[in-house]
Design a protein around this ligand. Structure first.
Ligand code: SAH
Length: 398
């Protein structure tokens, strides 16, 4: 039997749980030190023993686990997971039927009712991301539920709770058919090579699907496009397919070169007509400025935190200066696409960073597109941090 524990919530935090806040946090608990075994079922009660919510203990960087039900008797059994997964699948029925797109998020943690794990769908193959030992202790129940609610080809998993939240290289195959490597998936009719058994990242970030489509359909024709922090070059491929004159992709990681070549090739684009640079972005900005290079479109999608040999980048602190670098090498009436996945600040603050950069450069601008997460990355209003993605298309007014 799974252990169970009553967790006492300090009165000043009780209200947020009554209102549906899902994350169990140490600071809100009186008896957090009684939590021992991950996967323990917990019943949150206030100081007067009034029931607040049912959940489980799972230690991840964000907190101590998640509230998953308003039923004090909830046991988190197969029926519970079946019901929750079924709802998530129904919500994605349009994507499930789409002929243009067969890769998307099928289950998005707390946004779909259970924090601590996500499931991505890649043409019938599933990749489960586990964020704590606690949720992983339910893995056989969740696999049984998945088996019951859908037909999948095979399942892979990423255990993101080993060694201090870092992914550890492992064999990620779980069950069913093995996926070819690469597996070619489709997104908005564009091919994409993904590798399901090759480390924490499979080759594509599914949350940028609508941003990529917009770049291709509205902002690429005849343009020179610089894609910084380019990873596997997804934005570059879309720009090239949208008729860009030329794309330049810049990423520090050595693997980005063969991976970007692969993405061009699976879309029948000659990678030799494009430029792919393995280089520090901040160094490239300096170089481009010195050489007076200008681009029609500059895309920036940095990690929220990155440390290279020479530079440490923190989105919260350094985004303004990144935008300044971009302004210096963007054509008048050109476009800057500024993206961040930092969950520590919201859209208003992000707009503030951008506004400051343009003011410092005495440059007029206009925001022409604005994106947050697509609907398959379901979020709930009670948990704002879950809605991390912010993307702005900014016209540099000439
Ligand atoms: N835009 C990409 C995802 C970016 S992930 C996409 O659409 O798929 C962030 C990338 O930034 C990683 O590939 C990492 O190698 C790269 N990176 C981090 N710091 C960097 C730096 N200082 N210079 C260049 N690339 C960097």
């Amino acid at each position: 039997m799974r252990p169970q524990l009553n967790l006492k919530v300090k009165n000043k935090y009780a209200k947020q749980y009554k209102n549906g806040f899902p994350l169990i946090q140490k600071q809100s608990l009186i008896n957090w030190n009684e939590l021992k075994e991950e996967g323990t079922l917990v019943k949150l009660v206030d100081e007067q023993n009034q029931f607040l919510g049912k959940g489980y203990y799972g230690n991840q960087n964000k907190g101590y686990g998640w509230v998953v039900s308003s039923d004090p008797q909830e046991m988190m059994d197969v029926a519970f997971f079946k019901n929750t997964l079924q709802k998530a699948i129904q919500k994605r029925s349009a994507l499930m039927k789409s002929e243009e797109t067969n890769a998307f998020r099928l289950f998005n943690g707390e946004g779909d009712g259970i924090g601590g794990f996500t499931i991505d769908y890649f043409d019938g193959f599933l990749v489960i991301n586990w964020y704590s030992h606690g949720i992983y202790s339910f893995n056989s129940v969740i696999l049984e539920a998945l088996e019951d609610v859908m037909n999948y080809r095979g399942i892979y998993e990423k255990k993101r709770f080993l060694a201090d939240g870092k992914y550890m290289d492992d064999n990620d195959y779980v069950t069913g058919q093995q996926a070819p490597s690469p597996l070619i998936i489709k997104e908005n009719g564009v091919n994409f090579a993904v590798h399901l058994n090759d480390g924490a990242m499979v080759g594509i970030f599914l949350d940028q699907r609508e941003v990529r489509k917009t770049i291709r359909d509205k902002y690429s024709q005849g343009k020179t496009v610089l894609n910084t922090f380019s990873y596997t070059g997804a934005f570059s491929v879309y720009a090239a397919l949208g008729g860009a004159k030329k794309t330049t992709s810049v990423d520090l990681a050595k693997r980005s070169l063969p991976k970007t070549i692969e993405q061009f090739q699976v879309n029948n684009i000659d990678d030799k007509t494009q430029s792919i640079l393995v280089e520090e972005v901040f160094h490239y900005f300096k170089y481009a400025k010195r050489k007076n290079l200008k681009f029609d479109v500059v895309i920036m999608d940095p990690p929220s935190f990155a440390r290279s040999k020479k530079v440490t980048f923190r989105a919260e602190k350094d985004y303004t200066s990144l935008v300044s670098d971009a302004i210096a090498i963007t054509e008048k009436n050109g476009l800057i696409v500024a993206s961040t996945n930092a969950s520590t600040f919201g859209m208003d603050k992000f707009k503030g960073f951008i506004d400051l950069a343009f003011k410092q450069n005495k440059q007029k601008y206009k925001i022409v597109e604005e994106f947050s997460l697509p609907s398959d990355f379901a979020t709930i209003k009670q948990f704002k941090e879950g809605n991390y993605l912010k993307v702005l298309f900014i016209k540099v007014v000439g």
